[in-house]
Design a protein around this ligand. Sequence first.
Ligand SMILES: Cc1ncc(C[n+]2csc(CCOP(=O)(O)OP(=O)(O)O)c2C)c(N)n1
Ligand SMILES: [Mg+2]
Length: 1019
Amino acid sequence: MLNLRTCAAKLRPLTASQTVKTISQHRPAAPRTFQQIRCYSAPVAAEPFLSGTSSNYVEEMYYAWLENPKSVHKSWDIFFRNANAGAAPGTAYQSPPPLSTSLSVLSQAQFLGQAQPNVDKLVEDHLAVQSLIRAYQIRGHHVAQLDPLGILDADLDSSLPADLITSTDKLGFYGLDESDLDKVFHLPTTTFIGGNESALPLREIIRRLEMAYCQHIGVEFMFINDLEQCQWIRQKFETPGIMQFTNEEKRTLLARLVRSTRFEEFLHRKWSSEKRFGLEGCEVLIPALKTIIDKSSEKGVDYVIMGMPHRGRLNVLANVIRKELEQIFCQFDSKLEAADEGSGDVKYHLGMYHRRINRVTDRNITLSLVANPSHLEAADPVVQGKTKAEQFYCGDTEGKKVMSILLHGDAAFAGQGIVYETFHLSDLPSYTTHGTVHVVVNNQIGFTTDPRMARSSPYPTDVARVVNAPIFHVNADDPEAVVYVCNVAAEWRSTFHKDVVVDLVCYRRNGHNEMDEPMFTQPLMYKQIRKQKPVLQKYAELLISQGVVNQLEYEEEIAKYDKICEEAHARSKDEKILHIKHWLDSPWPGFFTLDGQPRSMTCPSTGLNEEDLTHIGQVASSVPVEDFTIHGGLSRILKTRGEMVKNRTVDWALAEYMAFGSLLKEGIHIRLSGQDVERGTFSHRHHVLHDQNVDKRTCIPMNHLWPNQAPYTVCNSSLSEYGVLGFELGFAMASPNALVLWEAQFGDFHNTAQCIIDQFICPGQAKWVRQNGIVLLLPHGMEGMGPEHSSARPERFLQMCNDDPDVFPKLDDFDVRQLYDCNWIVVNCSTPANFFHVLRRQILLPFRKPVSARSSAPGSVLLWLTVLPSPVAGTHFLRVIPDSGPAAQSPERVKRVLFCTGKVYYDLTRERKARQMEADVAVTRVEQLSPFPFDLLQLEAQKYPAAELVWCQEEHKNQGYYDYVKPRLRTTINRAKPVWYAGREPAAAPATGNKKTHLTELQRLLDTAFNLDAFKDLA
Ligand SMILES: Cc1ncc(C[n+]2csc(CCOP(=O)(O)OP(=O)(O)O)c2C)c(N)n1
Ligand SMILES: [Mg+2]
């Protein structure tokens, strides 16, 4: 940096008059500028092909080549590369290769070595200056003064790029020297540093490049593949004098800094030992966010959905979202009792929803901050999903009205893979939110870890480069530079509808939280921080020196805000209880009563009249558009569906079709997302038909069911579980009147989405009083397909259910009340009809709960036929399916009841038949595992007084359902009898990879299940 400043001083800026003078002085005498090439009228001796008329063309070629060398003919490519590499004029040109010559023949030998003498310095110098300009555009950010402390390199690299003129001797890199500084060069169309001028002296070119790229803003954008977008950014940062602020804007900025700074100071004064993850060192975040919101509001946005981590969250709630201060302050009162159901969350995780007038634009704006867990960055896809849903429901197909802002810490942005997964959703048709503004609070530390130990990339923001998002690094101690880039970022989003990153390079004045001692680990950094003047003070001094405000006005602004805080604090003492529901990020107006209760506690029949079922079935087995050719194999599948409809039977896919189709008729939007869901991993679904003759022509019959039906969205996702499940969870947050389903390709692939399951879906209502009706479809079944294609890990879901295994619930109505009390529902349907009912029940319930549904494993799909009367009107989901055969007819004679769930039922009944034990052994299916059907299973157990009770599962003993079911089953029978186990042995892996072992294991468990002496010795 020292070097740069020395150089900048040497390259004395020219005044405007000097510039003009120099140009006019030099024009006639400077034969080496591009301007001169344009003026040639006679053939140029050095380059046989250059003429006065062709030089324009050459220039165009050159710019095109600079953008993309492959866009010009090979001969031009060689010419420019030679010239760039320092070929003497006249030697850079090589005649084009004959058509028969392969490119490999164009070896290095053809380059400089064989070049002709006869130098033309005109082209050489011109190219040198073009390269220099381009070097600043590409690498200027590496020398920008980004660190407010002046001790760190934001790009983790203290070396200076060789091609930036950080000292005059570096001119030699371009074959130039100090004597060239006053020569005038024509400016290419790929720069805006000239303003209204098309040529400048080299000295001024360098000065302006330094002004644009090497001050407090570092712009990273040259990796963007789109020329228009690059030009847009260049114009925003290169145009001389573009960063201007009116006095009014400066005063607003100061007032916002006052609020941001004094808020933290107030909290510190009142609760000095409370954790709040203060914003000190990045107070500029508040004006930054407000600027993005103001500009976006001016461009038409009226709903902003935000996600952010701990740092500065209370400040954002207070000063950006405008949560009442007393609501924030009373969160610090340890004596207040919680008023809501659920266990609540710490104050710096809570969400918020607020509609107000934007004072700058005088337009309505709704702001929502999504509640999040401690798990950094996990909220990113959730925010995106909610944003997509809000856009969808208000018909905002281009993201002009609803947008998202995501905040990140530097360490988390670089370290967490979910950031990358979320970026990859940003441009997918069914997942795009049409551009997100990302703001990184880059305090150059993560807890106690230095950036050098925390990331391998130069900047924490490099992950954004994968989607061609421009990245604006900015020194957070320069509030005007921050506000400027935030304006540009918001404009970028509204112009191109693509992601953009603002990297606020700042520092963290205190420890990680207010109780931490940072000097243990970062002593020198913190010695410097102690000396650092707060940004508010610096900016106030600047504005006072400029006469924009006076000392008195400044002090009054501070006193005014301090008074607001004091008054709110006094009011907060009147609060008697804490209401988490005041912190709801996604209210569902009209769905609940005014005090947040369900409108009823009943669930209507989930059955459907036969006419509708038949109609859906017919559409599901047809191609509802003209001249559409489907694959022959698919025709056969549809024909089979048609026959099922005629025979009044349904398979798994048809049951799902009927559930979806019926809800669409009732105005419920359905969104099914996941990897390959359109066809279905097991080729059973086929919700999107593809014309075999016309590329990309598709048809979704589900959208051709009813005249005024709700829309059906089915979308193949990117190959991400964490990101996509988070996204769908966010989508489901937006409205209770949608059925949102995420399907895992195989059940256990949800492993990598575990954070969304553990931190959001399972405890979401308990932490944030926020209901969610998302459905997880998790293919599951032991079919010999190996350890990773068998188990959807039901044990994990069951272990996280909140029902007490030892207490028989005292409820009048288990069907609905038990669902209301639970944190989520776990089902494992053994019939397509029950699957149909459980999907419909999701929507017909007067409240919303997440469901994880273990669904069909591949081989069994078509076996699970059921007879049609089951889903018809008046019927409902069966939590338990009792035995209905000979055992049930003479229950007192039954010797054993096998309780089971899912597909193993079919293995058991087949075996029972083969062994002719239908009167001896009853098989009872538990379809809803959680909440546990204590009531129905008690009846089952009582029905067979003489029978042994056995839990039978195909999963290994330490997996599956056994650990969950056993204590609950014992509770239902008042622990009167043992509950035995028939199933696979405990194991480390979910399933064997060996087919034979698989079958042996299956036979062994069936043997145990039907060996009536199996447990004699154990009793
Ligand atoms: C996924 C995850 N891992 C670890 C943590 C523990 N943790 C909380 S804050 C923090 C440091 C975060 O650093 P950074 O992202 O730079 O944010 P800052 O605190 O500096 O604002 C860590 C490691 C966490 N909350 N989430
Ligand atoms: Mg940090």
